[in-house]
Design a protein around this ligand. Structure first.
Ligand SMILES: [Zn+2]
Length: 413
């Protein structure tokens, strides 16, 4: 894409209410735009990243045998009354009435809706197990929305729900989801830990959180220095690892995923049963699995930034390469940059061509702020057959011959 044709409203101004790097940089680099407390528009760059992250989540879940559905955002309050959660969730649920006085809530999570969906469509053990997921908007009326996408009121969440004949099979799926989430977080280039967690308002017998390690994280976790054990401090944890006996160290994490062994609490409450192989009615045994998809954008930046701006990881970056034309009035610069742009596009690489009439300094500042992994700069040395390649993470520069440029760039993406 051409910079001159996309809406990327970069700014030097730090928003008044922003303290976290991800909040500051996602706004300053033109990824998102706040319009009301805890509510954000996704601008073109934000939408590109969100779609990339969403695609990775979908691909790995589909590979694991889960199936995507899309539930309505507006849910009858009766669903939440039947499960007994309407009071437990309290004011975080946004409630309203339609013109006939019927009560509704905006979906904050969808256990009830999904149980009703399955109750209406699965009657026999022969159709089990099944794992259904959606990547949809959620709304939680946070008392103090803050930190941008980290704790917004409206957000994009992947929520999956699995249904089983017994708890052994549910635990098998729980373990499969743990492995699947690990693949997703690894592909996103994140440094993360899986920790034992409290099940909170969702309920159930066992749960694990996926924590992105970052100094700004709201959760304190204890991680083992020797093995992969970790636990949220809200869970009973000692000073030594229960797995291997080595010391546990305290660190900060951002919760970006949470998986639960639910059991039958929702099936019991909503009277959702199937016929087992003896023809006897049994409640579905459930698991549920969430990923904060829009929160991941903030999590990636909390872990990957410097004092100049964002540093996107390879699979999350809005573009892989940022081609910069130093001076748009120089015909040779424009011609060579456009040539590389077309060659990379032909190879299927996402590339941004900075063809604006702006000063060179402003273009470099925007490259550092937006955080595309690699920049290729067509400038003064082009007359000697040289261009400059810059790695965003290290800001390391190297001169590359124009003749060898395509190969050099391809090596880095
Ligand atoms: Zn250990």
């Amino acid at each position: 894409m051409k910079f001159s044709q996309i809406l990327i409203p970069t700014t030097k101004e730090t928003p008044n209410d922003a303290s976290l790097p991800s909040h500051i940089y996602l706004i300053r680099a033109g990824f998102i735009q706040g319009y009301s407390s805890g509510l954000y528009n996704m601008l073109p760059l934000g939408k590109i990243v969100l779609d990339k992250v969403r695609a990775i989540v979908k691909e790995e879940l589909d590979n694991a045998g889960a199936m995507e559905v899309s539930l309505g955002f507006v849910t009858p309050s009766s669903f939440w009354k039947d499960s007994g959660r309407i009071d437990k969730y309290g004011k975080e649920l946004l409630k309203f009435e339609d013109r006939h006085g019927a009560e509704f809530v905006l979906s904050a999570t969808n256990e009830e809706s999904m149980v009703n969906l399955v109750k209406g469509s699965i009657k026999s053990y022969k159709n089990l197990p099944i794992n259904l997921y959606q990547i949809n908007l959620k709304f939680r009326d946070e008392i103090r929305p803050r930190f941008g996408l980290m704790r917004g009121r409206e957000f994009l969440m992947k929520d999956a729900y699995s249904f089983h004949v017994d708890s052994d099979d549910m635990i098998r799926e729980f373990n499969l989801m743990e492995a699947t989430y690990s693949k997703i977080f690894t592909r996103l280039g994140l440094d993360f830990r899986i920790v034992e967690a409290d099940s909170g308002a969702i309920g159930g017998s066992g749960s694990k959180e996926f924590m992105i390690l970052a100094d700004s994280g709201e959760d304190t976790i204890k991680v083992c220095s020797s093995c992969n054990y970790g636990a949220n401090v809200e869970v009973e944890t000692g000073e030594v690892c229960p797995k291997c006996g080595d010391a546990l160290n305290e660190t900060k994490g951002i919760e970006a995923g949470h998986i639960f062994q639910l059991g039958t609490q929702y099936s019991d409450a909503l009277d959702a049963k199937f016929l087992d192989n003896n023809g006897k009615a049994q409640p579905f045994v459930m698991g549920t699995y969430g990923i904060g998809v829009s929160r991941l954008l903030a999590g990636i930046i909390e872990q990957n930034h410097d004092d100049k701006g964002c540093i996107w990881t390879k699979e999350s970056a809005p573009f892989s390469v940022n081609i910069i034309i130093s001076n748009i009035k120089k015909e040779e610069e424009v011609a060579e940059a456009t040539k590389l742009y077309n060659e990379l596009k032909a190879k299927g690489i996402d590339v941004l061509l900075d063809d604006r009439k702006d000063r060179f300094g402003a273009k470099i500042k925007d490259f550092e702020l937006i955080g595309i992994p690699t920049a290729v700069i067509f400038g003064k040395k082009l007359s000697d057959g040289l261009v400059e390649v810059v790695e965003r993470r290290t800001l390391e520069k190297s001169e590359v011959s124009v003749d060898n440029l395509l190969n050099e760039v391809l090596k880095r993406v």
